[in-house]
Design a binder for this molecule. Structure first.
Ligand SMILES: [Zn+2]
Length: 183
């Protein structure tokens, strides 16, 4: 009975994790269509209600700090009327970077759930482990790999598409500047 109970609770948890991650993927898609690296994040409150959403806006805002997680943290603080986000869960498609991991520590977030590892700048597991680092007074549990395949694929496709577009615009440029390149 106890096992059965645990099983269904775990199942419930993983269902809601993938539910929220799907929404993050939609937010990331919207960013990607605007020429941003597709990353989406959201924050759910202690009652399991959606509190805030964010998508990467770095290019649009010309702001190196406009990562999806930061946008979501700011919106969550406003919605809650407090910067204190304990008992809240942040979901994000890509493993947080060092800045976002630091901001999550400062927000006293209850838990972080992410999609795919970031082998270059991941700062909660892959490259660094900020939440378990020295001098960090607030630790939070991290769940990795929720819809990891979908999240990874989305980023991969965006970069492939971008490379193609760059190539095309390079060809167009050479046609503009070099008349002999014209067919
Ligand atoms: Zn970040």
């Amino acid at each position: 009975m106890v096992n059965g109970h645990h099983h269904s609770r775990n199942q419930q948890l993983s269902t809601s994790h993938s539910h929220w991650m799907r929404r993050c993927i939609v937010l990331a898609e919207s960013a990607g269509q605007q020429g941003e690296v597709p990353v989406g994040a959201l924050i759910v409150d202690s009652k399991g209600q959606l509190l805030a959403e964010g998508e990467n806006r770095r290019e649009r805002d010309c702001d190196p700090t406009a990562h999806a997680e930061i946008i979501a943290l700011r919106a969550a603080g406003s919605a809650l009327g407090s910067w204190h986000l304990d008992h809240c869960i942040l979901y994000v498609t890509l493993e947080p970077c060092i800045m976002c991991a630091g901001a999550l520590v400062l927000s006293r977030i209850g838990q972080v759930v992410y999609g795919t590892d970031d082998p270059k700048t991941g700062a909660v597991h892959t490259v660094l482990n900020i939440p378990n680092g020295l001098g960090v007074y607030h630790r939070f549990p991290v769940v990795r790999g929720v819809l990891a395949k979908e999240c990874k694929q989305q980023l991969h496709q965006w970069f492939v598409q971008r490379r193609k577009e760059k190539k095309t615009s390079g060809i167009l440029k050479s046609i503009e500047t070099d008349p002999s390149a014209r067919g």
